[in-house]
Design a binder for this molecule. Structure first.
Ligand SMILES: O=P(O)(O)OC[C@H]1O[C@H](OP(=O)(O)OP(=O)(O)O)[C@H](O)[C@@H]1O
Ligand SMILES: O=C(O)c1cc(=O)[nH]c(=O)[nH]1
Length: 185
């Protein structure tokens, strides 16, 4: 089995829940995928990092994303990039600025102004979280150049992100989850 198929297998086995849920955007859905169950596991962290790193442009010097879903992703990509001699820094974007000390929104190594950043997510639904990370990374003086996610739920997020001039690179989309078959079981 190849890496892409194996990561999908892990996500379906461990992350996918078919039940009524409320999403981050306030929308209702009949399924949820909790990627952290996979991205915080040894094999899942490695496979996510490997598959995403293959798609990161050579001019990029950091990967960043909105806490919490992106935290294990940026960390594992950074470690793997070091092992591969590439050395991508990890940036974690807070949902609210730190209230004392640095007062920062964006945590991580201080990079040169204008450094190119690939912005990552675990799931894109409305696209609001990914755009929030893009905006905060830009406000920190860096240049977001790519948008990547594990799963595109195909609920309009891609279009919203494209309107902002980014194409969304997703490892999987809704159709990969086999939801119709699962729901029938
Ligand atoms: O495209 P959107 O409509 O913004 O939805 C997707 C976002 O929702 C989830 O995060 P959540 O808000 O549940 O927070 P968490 O990562 O802290 O668990 C997920 O990790 C994405 O960040
Ligand atoms: O839209 C969301 O909040 C969302 C959907 C989903 O399937 N998984 C997740 O972590 N967040």
């Amino acid at each position: 089995m190849n890496d892409r198929d194996r990561l999908l297998e892990l996500l379906i086995e461990r992350s996918l829940e078919i039940r009524p849920v409320t999403l981050s955007s306030g929308r209702k859905s009949d399924y949820y995928i909790d990627c952290k169950r996979v991205t915080l596991s040894p094999e899942g962290a490695y496979l996510t990092a490997k598959l995403m790193l293959e798609q990161i442009h050579p001019q990029v010097s950091a990967i960043g994303g909105l806490t919490l879903g992106a935290d294990p992703i940026v960390s594992s990509i950074s470690v793997l990039s070091h092992l591969q001699g590439r050395g991508l820094a990890a940036l974690i974007v807070r949902k609210e600025p730190k209230k004392h000390g640095t007062m920062s929104y964006v945590e991580g190594p201080a990079l040169e102004k204008g450094s190119k950043v690939a912005v990552v997510e675990d799931v894109v639904t409305s696209g609001a979280s990914l755009l929030r990370a893009i905006d905060r990374i830009a406000a920190a003086g860096y240049e977001p150049v790519q948008a990547l996610t594990i799963l595109d739920r195909e609920e309009g997020g891609r279009e919203v992100i494209e309107e902002r001039g980014f194409s969304l690179q997703a490892l999987y989309d809704r159709s990969d989850l086999g939801l119709d078959k699962k729901k029938a079981e």
